[in-house]
Design a binder for this molecule. Structure first.
Ligand code: PRP
Length: 217
């Protein structure tokens, strides 16, 4: 009985990042049938591998891990930077690669605007505040929760600060990258206390995931 494994709770950003993470866990021999098909279930237990999964919005992954109700999390670097929580970043998983950028109309083609302050529409108000203030630029942040490209197109903002993956959304709306803020990709993050109390389990999961990444086709 003494060798029962400690259960690890993993918070995953719903969608492609979660699917890619399940690919890696399956390479390690874990059965991810349950979390791949959760239905309306919010907590998916896998007693056989002593794992528990919660599938949440990307912007909430860091919150669950920081509060310790999840030991590990998989989320994009963009969401992590925005959350600004004191988590350990254990692995760059490589997938979900994109760039955080300032984008808008090509220089010289900006429509004239009526507002006095330079406006930035974004899902990332904290990143935008710190990026522009580090350059001594005064801005007004317009916080949106999706379809951010609409900002400049409809005259709500001068530019956007958003993730760019293929660039297709920008192109389709006559916009382009003006400044690159930083590259982003999925990260494995860990609660600071869990890293001490579940050290061995976490280490073996991290080693397995890293090995899976190394052997990626
Ligand atoms: C993201 C992002 C951009 C788009 C970038 O939006 O906010 O709008 O993808 O991808 P692309 O460079 O390949 O076009 P998402 O699809 O998550 O939807 P949202 O606008 O509702 O947030």
């Amino acid at each position: 009985m003494g060798n029962e494994q400690q259960v690890i709770t993993m918070a995953l950003a719903k969608g492609r990042l979660a699917e890619k993470t399940f690919d890696l866990l399956e390479k390690m021999g874990l059965d991810c049938t349950g979390p791949r098909n959760p239905g309306r279930q919010l907590v998916i237990e896998d007693p056989a591998s002593a794992m528990r999964y919660i599938l949440v919005k990307p912007s909430d992954v860091a919150t669950y891990v920081d509060h310790g109700v999840a030991d590990l999390g998989v989320v994009g670097k963009d969401s992590l930077l925005e959350a600004g929580r004191p988590l350990y970043e254990l692995l760059d998983l490589g997938f979900g690669a994109c760039r955080l950028c300032v984008a808008g109309y090509p220089r010289g083609e900006e429509p004239s605007v009526s507002h006095a302050t330079f406006r930035v529409a974004t899902k990332y108000p904290n990143i935008a505040r710190s990026y522009f203030s580090s350059q001594g630029r005064t801005i007004e942040i317009i916080e949106l929760h999706g379809s951010v490209e609409l900002g400049p197109v409809i005259g709500l903002s001068d530019v956007i600060l958003d993730i760019v993956e293929s660039g297709a959304t920008l192109r389709a709306n006559g916009l382009e990258v003006l400044e690159e803020v930083c590259p982003c990709s999925a990260r494995l993050v860990c609660n600071r206390v869990s890293l001490k109390t579940k050290r061995e389990r976490i280490r073996s999961l991290v080693d397995g995931l890293a090995e899976g990444l190394g052997s990626r086709a």
